[in-house]
Design a protein around this ligand. Structure first.
Ligand SMILES: Cc1ncc(COP(=O)(O)O)c(C=O)c1O
Length: 386
């Protein structure tokens, strides 16, 4: 890899965000000149742009996907009168936010196993349904849709709510359409290394208008009017708002939304380049299937390609060897039932455990070139065994 001054920089990181710096600065400058960096203004513009892009009916900009996942569970629990100890089926192969969101609300995470796409396996979801099951939490691993359509059907058939953790899925399409409308709520992450990077932010998209209205209050401490509309309503600061709920400070701000507005314009183009990088990896590994297994993309899925994942016999050794060559892949993820908090689920998802010992995510970001991919792939082939 080469830096902007043309100096060769041999270190190859898993992720490295690319910002359209000048355009981002123009948007941010507008906020600074107007004297408005908080909730409202650019956050509203970004919500509108996101709805238009995704074709989802509602979108609320928040400070992280973690906050959004929490409120997704909370608002569904309140609305449908779920009780403490009721169950949500989720995956052990995810970032811990996914499962903490369920636990925050005193609900029980019931782990179901994954399929070859590393997404929840509908067959195992079915086995794990009890009379306490209220919802399924589906994670689109690395941008992959896995057996999403079957999961949607299963939820309908069993009258379960579907929460889609789309943290990796900004821009993912299934059969030509952005996924999401089939779920009850979709949560995106725009954290620093995601496909649509800001610094930290996210979006929560309920399909139900009432829940969208409610979540806006919940992300602003339960207050029933946002500061922007209070300040800009006839110039008078309307301090006599009401507080309807015990809410949180989870809303997004106009600086993050400025970055989001710019990065969104490039999302499809960026994801197309990520798919190109993935194709170069695929080609490089084509004749080495005895050494390197490739985690496949589901049929009909145009993945955002947040991740490119392989499977090998000697993952830890391979990781160490690559690090010595200044290549820094990642692991997505450690089986969550290996963590003390979720150890009660240990042994219930053997495939997830097996993958968590064998998978490796190779560098995947927009600064990589074909030469970089071939270099990484050659090193993987040199050290891998399957
Ligand atoms: C699958 C998954 N869910 C949730 C999150 C949490 O996202 P955020 O950092 O925006 O809270 C992440 C972030 O890494 C993630 O990968």
């Amino acid at each position: 890899m080469f830096n902007d001054d043309g100096v060769e920089n041999m270190s190859i990181q898993l992720f490295m965000p690319t910002f359209h710096v000048e355009e981002c600065l123009v948007e941010i400058k507008e906020c600074l000149e107007r004297g408005w960096t908080g909730l409202g203004y650019k956050t509203v513009q970004f919500e509108d742009a996101w709805k238009q892009y995704t074709n989802l009916p509602h979108a609320h900009f928040i400070n992280s996907a973690t906050a959004g996942l929490h409120l997704a569970v909370k608002l569904l629990k309140e609305t449908y009168h779920w009780e403490d100890g009721d169950e949500i089926i989720s995956t052990p192969l995810t970032f811990i936010s996914t499962n903490h969101a369920i636990a925050y609300e005193n609900m029980r995470v019931v782990f179901a196993d994954v399929d070859k796409y590393l997404c929840l396996d509908p067959k195992d979801i079915r086995r794990k349904i009890t009379n306490k099951t209220k919802a399924v939490m589906f994670v689109g691993m690395g941008g992959n849709t896995g057996h999403y359509k079957d999961v949607v059907k299963l939820c309908k058939d069993h009258n379960l709510k579907l929460i889609l953790d789309a943290s990796h899925m900004s821009g993912t399409r299934l059969e030509g359409k952005i996924v999401g409308r089939e779920a009850d709520v979709v949560i995106y992450s725009f954290q620093a290394v995601k496909n649509l990077p800001t610094a930290d932010s996210g979006m929560i998209c309920f399909m139900d208008k009432k829940l969208d209205e409610k979540v806006r209050k919940y992300t602003w401490l339960g207050i029933n009017k946002d500061t922007y509309s209070r300040t800009h309503n006839n110039g008078a600061y309307k301090w006599k708002y009401d507080v309807e709920y015990l809410g949180y400070k989870y809303h997004g701000n106009s600086i993050m939304a400025s970055l989001g507005l710019v990065q969104l314009k490039y999302l499809d183009q960026d994801n197309a380049y990520r798919r190109q990088l993935a194709n170069w990896y695929d080609e490089a590994f084509k004749y080495h299937k005895n050494l390197v297994g490739i985690v496949p993309v589901a049929k009909g899925c145009e993945s955002s390609r947040h991740l490119y994942m392989i499977e090998v016999n000697n993952r830890d050794e391979l990781l160490e060897a690559l690090n010595k060559d200044d290549i820094y892949p990642g692991v997505h993820y450690r089986d969550n039932t290996e963590y003390a908090m979720y150890a009660y689920g240990k042994g219930t998802c053997p495939k997830a455990y097996m993958f968590s010992e064998r998978v490796l995510s190779l560098p995947m970001h927009l600064k990589l070139t074909r030469e970089d991919i071939l270099h990484i792939a050659n090193k993987v082939i040199q050290y891998a065994s399957l």
